[in-house]
Design a protein around this ligand. Sequence first.
Ligand code: ZN
Length: 197
Amino acid sequence: MFLEPSFRAQRSGWIEVICGSMFSGKTEELIRRLNRAKIANQRVQIFKPLKDKRYDDNAVVSHNENAIESIPIESSRTIYDHIHDINVVGIDEAQFFDMELTGVCQKLALKGVRVVVAGLDMDFRGQPFGPIPQLLAVAEYITKVHAICPHCGSLATHSYRLSDEKETVVIGEKDKYEPRCRICFEMGNILDFRSRS
Ligand code: ZN
């Protein structure tokens, strides 16, 4: 379980990244951390990409419907317009943001803000996704959460796409994706390739 260092003992803010596959509980973990900060009377603001319209427009909603108010934004620079007097910034679905997000998070941390970023570390091809690899490199704290592979019960690290769509960003839930372990992910890709050729 992640335990936060004390703000008072720290000279600046810091960056935390919560990453993993789909259905691994990233957003739940983000909400858990932000709710605890709120209870401690810290001022919290959450952002999510405008692209992610799966649920309520103004809330970060995890799969267990534990919602928290958020601002949908198009560009990571917009965060600067909303952080006056804010102690903790949460960013959900960070893989969908532009590559400037890393620089924005670093500036916030230097200003003394605690930045908690949640996002998919790999896309449906198993490739590093958007600004997440850079964020992992510069973060003070990293938490990788896992789902469970429905085929073999191993820890799932990959997001397997069940549909045939080829674009990197295809918004969907259990209708389009399932979590898979490395081997079941690879087996699926080999079988798909064979069935198409
Ligand atoms: Zn498996």
